[in-house]
Design a protein around this ligand. Structure first.
Ligand SMILES: [Mg+2]
Length: 144
C-alpha cells in the first residue's frame, strides 16, 4: 500500500490571492462563470507574461529569480481562476487524483523508453467538468 503525505501551507494560495483581489478591487466570483472577453484576454496576457518570465530565467537565471517567477505564475493562475469563479484547489485535487492513477496497483510506474510516464490500464482522466458542476457551473450549450 502506498501512502501519500499531504503537506499543507498555512493558507492556500487561493486564500492569499483572494485577499489581494479584495484589497485591490479586482474581480472575485464564487461560481464558475464566463467573463467578458476583454477580461478573459487580460488574464490570459498576464499569465503569458509571467510564463515568459519563467522561461527567461529557467535556464541560467539565479534560483531566487526562478522561484519568484514561478510564484508569480501560480499567483496569476489562482487570480485567473478567482476571476472566473473557479475553486482551483478543488480542480488541482482532481487533476492530482487522476495523475496518481498512472501508478499501477503495485505502486510501479510504467515508463516509455524515453522516460515519459505512461498512463497505464488503471488511468482515470480528470473529471474537471464534474468538479465545476459541483461548484455550481452550468455549462452553456456550446460548452457541453
Ligand atoms: Mg513576474
Amino acid at each position: 500500500m502506498v501512502v501519500f503525505r499531504v503537506v499543507r501551507m498555512s493558507a492556500s494560495p487561493a486564500d492569499l490571492v483572494r485577499a489581494f483581489h479584495h484589497a485591490f478591487g479586482l474581480d472575485v466570483r464564487s461560481t464558475p462563470t464566463r467573463v467578458p472577453p476583454e477580461l478573459a484576454a487580460q488574464r490570459a496576457r498576464l499569465l503569458a507574461e509571467e510564463a515568459a518570465e519563467v522561461a527567461e530565467v529557467s535556464a541560467d537565471g539565479p534560483l531566487d529569480k526562478l522561484a519568484h517567477e514561478l510564484a508569480d505564475v501560480v499567483y496569476v493562475a489562482y487570480g485567473t481562476a478567482l476571476v472566473h469563479g473557479i475553486d482551483l484547489d478543488a480542480v488541482i485535487a482532481e487533476v492530482h487524483r487522476s495523475n496518481m492513477t498512472k501508478l499501477g496497483p503495485d505502486g510501479q510506474v510504467a515508463r516509455r523508453a524515453d522516460g515519459k510516464v505512461l498512463k497505464g490500464e488503471h488511468y482515470e482522466a480528470p473529471d474537471v467538468a464534474g468538479v465545476l458542476r459541483g461548484q455550481g457551473w452550468t455549462p452553456a450549450p456550446a460548452e457541453v
